[in-house]
Design a protein around this ligand. Structure first.
Ligand code: BES
Ligand code: ZN
Ligand code: ZN
Length: 470
C-alpha cells in the first residue's frame, strides 16, 4: 500500500536523530540552569538548541494527552527543516500506541488545491527503548494502516463538491477494491429504480450528478461475523427547496463524511486482514434545487415499502439512509451500523467534539461507546423513547421525515431510521451521528482543519473486539 503524508516510524534506531523530544509531565522540570535562564516553567514547549532537545509540557503521561501531544509535535516540526526526531518509550503499550497514532495523524495536510505546495522535511521518527513498552513492528504497521485510512477519508471529505461527485466516490470505492479480497459493486440510477429506492432517488432528482450506491465487500478466509456498515454520502447538501441559509451551507461538502468513513473503515480492516465479512454501503448523491426537485408535501415510497411524507427537504440524509439500510438488511448482517452527519441537533446537544450513539440494544450501544472512547473518539449515547417516536407520525403517510417538535432532533432522526429496521435486526443495529466531529473548523485533539475521519478509529476498534471475542 502506498503511504503518503506519513513518516517512517523506526524502532530502536542506533543513530541519533536531529532532535530529541522529552516530555515534562505536570510541570515536573529537572533542576537545570537553562530552564531558569529562559524562564521555562514546564508549560508548552521549549527548544534547547545547545543540546538539540525539545521539551514538551504535558498534563500527565496518559494516552489521550499523549495522542494529542504527538499530533502537535508533528505539526511543530512542520515549521523546521529537521529530518528526524527521537522519543524514549514509556512503560505502557497503549499509551505509546496512542502517541504514535497522534504523530502520524499530525502529519496530515490537504494541499491538492494549493498551487504552491509545502514540502515536509521531517521523514523519520525514532522510538528509543522500545523494549520498555514492548511496542513491535506489527503495532507500528497497524497504526500506519489506520492513520492512512483516516487520512484518505480526510482527503475525500476535503475534496470540493465540484470534483467530489457521487461518481468520484464510486471511483474511490473501485480503487480501494483493487486491494486483496475486496469486491466493489456500483448501483446507478437505473439499478436504484429497479431496487425501488424511491426515497433515495427523490433526494437526487434535482442534481445534475447521477446517484450511486457504492457497495464494497471484504471477506476473510474464516470470518467470525458479518458486519454491514452504511454511510450517508451527501456530496453536497444545500438543503434542497427547504434551502439552507448561506452561512449554514458552507462546509456541507462534508455531508459525505459518513460514507467516506465506512469506505475508510473497510480499507483499514481489509489491510489488517481481520477475520470478518465486512460490507460498506454508501448512498451517494447531492441534495439540490431545481424545477424537478422533490418538495415539502411530496409523499415518497421507500424500498422497505413504507410511505414517507416530506415536510422538509433538508432532512434528506434519513431518506437516503432508509433505502440503504433496507438494502443492507437483505445481506443478513450480525451487526448493522450506520454513520451519518445526520443532524445539527446532535451538535447542539453534545457539542462539536462528540458523536451520538443511538439504537435499541443497550448492551451494543455500551460496547460501541467503550470501544470508541478507548480509541480516542468522543461519543455519547442518546436514548430513544416512545414519546419522541410519536412526533414523527404523519397524517397522510406512514411516517414523516421531520418531527413535529423542534426538540430532540438527533433522536427523532435516529428513530426515523429505526422505523426502517426490521424486527429481527433491531437489536443488531446502531446509528452513529457524527455531525459534530466529522468536520473541523478549529484544530482540536488530533484533528486539523477540515474533515477529521470521525468514526474510523472507533469502528475499527469495535470490529477488532468482535473478531477477537467470538
Ligand atoms: N447535513 C445536515 C445535518 C448537519 C448540520 C450536519 C450541521 C453537519 C453540520 C442534515 O441533512 C440537515 O440538514 N438536517 C436538518 C434536519 C432538520 C431539517 C429536521 C438539521 O439538522 O437542521
Ligand atoms: Zn440536510
Ligand atoms: Zn445532510
Amino acid at each position: 500500500m502506498k503511504m503518503k503524508n506519513q513518516y517512517e516510524i523506526i524502532l530502536n534506531e542506533k543513530e541519533k536523530a536531529d532532535v530529541r523530544v522529552v516530555f515534562i509531565p505536570n510541570k515536573q522540570l529537572p533542576n537545570e540552569e537553562i530552564f531558569k535562564t529562559f524562564n521555562y516553567k514546564g508549560e508548552g514547549s521549549f527548544f534547547d538548541q545547545s543540546k538539540m532537545i525539545l521539551y514538551w509540557g504535558i498534563k500527565e503521561m496518559q494516552k489521550d494527552y499523549l495522542r494529542e501531544a504527538g499530533c502537535q509535535i508533528s505539526r511543530y516540526f512542520e515549521n523546521y527543516a529537521f529530518k528526524s526526531f527521537e522519543l524514549e518509550c514509556c512503560e505502557d503499550l497503549e499509551t505509546m500506541r496512542a502517541l504514535v497514532l497522534g504523530i502520524l495523524l499530525g502529519g496530515y495536510s490537504f494541499d491538492s488545491y494549493k498551487t504552491k505546495k509545502k514540502e515536509n522535511v521531517l521523514k523519520q521518527v525514532f522510538l528509543k527503548e522500545a523494549k520498555k513498552c514492548k511496542i513491535t513492528q506489527e503495532d507500528i504497521q497497524e497504526l500506519q494502516i489506520i492513520a492512512q485510512a483516516i487520512c484518505d477519508v480526510r482527503d475525500m471529505v476535503n475534496t470540493p463538491p465540484q470534483d467530489a461527485t457521487p461518481e468520484f466516490l464510486a471511483q474511490w470505492g473501485r480503487n480501494v477494491a483493487s486491494q486483496n479480497n475486496i469486491t466493489c459493486k456500483i448501483l446507478d440510477e437505473k439499478d436504484l429504480e429497479k431496487e425501488k429506492m424511491g426515497a433515495f432517488l427523490a433526494v437526487n432528482r434535482a442534481s445534475v450528478h447521477k446517484p450511486r450506491l457504492i457497495h464494497l465487500s471484504y471477506q476473510s478466509k474464516n470470518p467470525r461475523a458479518k458486519i454491514v456498515l452504511v454511510g450517508k454520502g451527501l456530496t453536497y447538501d444545500c438543503g434542497g427547496l427547504s434551502l439552507k441559509p448561506s452561512d449554514f451551507m458552507v462546509s456541507m461538502k462534508a455531508d459525505k463524511s459518513g460514507g467516506c468513513a465506512v469506505i475508510g473503515i473497510l480499507q483499514a480492516v481489509a489491510a489488517l486482514q481481520m477475520e470478518v465479512e465486512l460490507h460498506a454501503i454508501v448512498g451517494a448523491t447531492e441534495n439540490m434545487i431545481g424545477g424537478n426537485a422533490y418538495k415539502p408535501d411530496d409523499v415518497l415510497f421507500s424500498r422497505e415499502g413504507k410511505s414517507i411524507e416530506v415536510r422538509n427537504t433538508d432532512a434528506e440524509g434519513r431518506l437516503v439512509l432508509a433505502d440503504c439500510l433496507s438494502y443492507a438488511q437483505d445481506l443478513k448482517p450480525d451487526y448493522l451500523l450506520d454513520f451519518a452527519t445526520l443532524t445539527g441537533a446532535c451538535v447542539v446537544g453534545l457539542g462539536e467534539y462528540t458523536s451520538g450513539i443511538m439504537g435499541y440494544n443497550e448492551e451494543l450501544k455500551t460496547r460501541f461507546e467503550e470501544d470508541a472512547l478507548r480509541s480516542g473518539e468522543l461519543v455519547a449515547k442518546l436514548p430513544f423513547n416512545r414519546h419522541l417516536e410519536k412526533l414523527i407520525e404523519s397524517k397522510i403517510a406512514d411516517i414523516c421525515n421531520i418531527a413535529s417538535s423542534r426538540y430532540g432532533g438527533a433522536i427523532t432522526a435516529g428513530m426515523f431510521l429505526g422505523a426502517f429496521i426490521r424486527e429481527e435486526y433491531k437489536d443488531k443495529w446502531l446509528h452513529i451521528d457524527i455531525a459534530g466531529p466529522a468536520y473541523v473548523e478549529k484544530d482540536w485533539d488530533v484533528n486539523t482543519y477540515g474533515g477529521s475521519g470521525a468514526g474510523v478509529r472507533a469502528c475499527v476498534e469495535f470490529i477488532k473486539n468482535i473478531v477477537k471475542k467470538v
